[in-house]
Design a binder for this molecule. Structure first.
Ligand SMILES: [Mg+2]
Length: 344
């Protein structure tokens, strides 16, 4: 499915074999013919041709999903693996307040997996189902036989935002108020619960870990209504992603412990573990953003509840991120979320 016919006649690893060609055709037929204004030409030529509207800029993000690092094939349903691969990229597009234009999928599969059409179709069900709900065409990609026994899925997403207006991490200023969408800790609580009974993974059809929902409508509303001064998506956890936002903006932040919205699944954990899941759990894919204190913030954006969780303060003389308890006591919150290759 190399964008385009190129893969069908040549590739860096030589001519694709019959199996690979069949896989390309299969993915291509599953992706269907694209009728979107953003895609002038989809799969089937050397390159896709995309179109943005006048006055827009293009945003681009890539996300690598590695078996053994981001998912386990013996645990995760194939649909969840496909869904999550795309959701991670869409969440980055959401954090910029952009609208997605097109997705590109590069997939390396061990030979046995490539021949298992049930796995491939499950993966595509998850990926294409999420893509369809958000109107994101799959406009190209590449496939190859993986050299080892691990599945590798790389997603490239292109989006568009009005020129100069894409939300960034760098615009927060002291005095701003800190908000998040949805609730936190659900993904890590769900993963913990499923890991204790791995047999339950395959039967699960929903859940914040297996099928996270990227907050595209909320991000686009923030941009369109000019509500946010800075924004990031919480892929790595509140503690780590807030540190990123503070670093980029040159500010510090205070989080009110009692204000952090706990996901119901996190609420079922031991009391001591609940806040840890919300602060450090990661993979919630909610948006974390700052706004002027004078900005009247709606209670919901894109159908998702918005919660005020703290404030932005000057970076001098305080930890980069502080937790403030109900009595007003301050403790430093060290970034301790998911970091790729930690300990590797
Ligand atoms: Mg991100």
């Amino acid at each position: 499915m190399k964008v385009q016919q190129k893969t069908q006649s040549e590739s860096t690893s030589g001519r694709p074999g019959g199996g690979e060609l069949a896989l390309i055709q299969h993915i291509r037929s599953r992706a269907g013919v694209v009728h979107r204004p953003s895609v002038r030409l989809g799969i089937g030529d050397d390159c896709a041709i995309l179109r943005s509207r006048p006055g827009e800029e293009i945003v681009v993000t890539t996300d690598l999903s590695l078996e053994g690092r981001h998912f386990r094939r013996d645990w995760h349903p194939a649909a969840s693996i496909g869904h999550r691969a795309l959701a991670r990229g869409l969440s980055d597009i959401a954090a910029m307040g952009a609208r997605p234009l097109a997705a590109f999928l590069s997939l390396a599969l061990p030979a046995a997996v490539a021949q298992d059409r049930r796995w491939v179709d499950g993966f595509l069900d998850g990926l294409l189902g999420l893509a369809k709900r958000h109107g994101v065409p799959l406009a190209g990609g590449d496939t190859s036989e993986a050299p080892g026994d691990a599945v590798i899925a790389d997603i490239v997403l292109l989006g568009a935002a009005p020129a100069g207006r894409a939300l960034r991490r760098s615009g927060a200023r002291p005095g701003d108020v800190l908000y998040c969408t949805g609730s936190l800790g659900g993904a890590s609580a769900e993963l913990g619960r499923l890991s204790a009974n791995p047999g339950h993974f395959k039967a699960a059809k929903t859940g914040p870990h297996l099928f996270p929902e990227p907050r595209l409508a909320a991000g686009q509303a923030l941009l369109r209504r000019g509500l946010a001064t800075a924004c990031i998506d919480m892929s790595d956890g509140l503690s780590t992603d807030l540190a990123h936002l503070c670093e980029s903006s040159g500010v510090a932040a205070e989080v009110d412990v009692s204000a952090v919205p706990l996901h119901p699944l996190a609420g079922t954990l031991e009391p001591a573990a609940r806040l840890l899941a919300a602060l450090h759990g990661g993979e919630d894919y909610e948006l974390l953003f700052a706004a002027r204190s004078s900005t009247k913030m709606p209670r919901k954006l894109g159908g998702v509840p918005i919660t005020c969780i703290g404030r932005i303060v000057p970076a001098k003389g305080v930890p980069q991120v502080s937790l403030i308890d109900a009595e007003g006591r301050r403790t430093a919150l060290e970034p301790n979320g998911w970091e790729h290759f930690r300990g590797a």
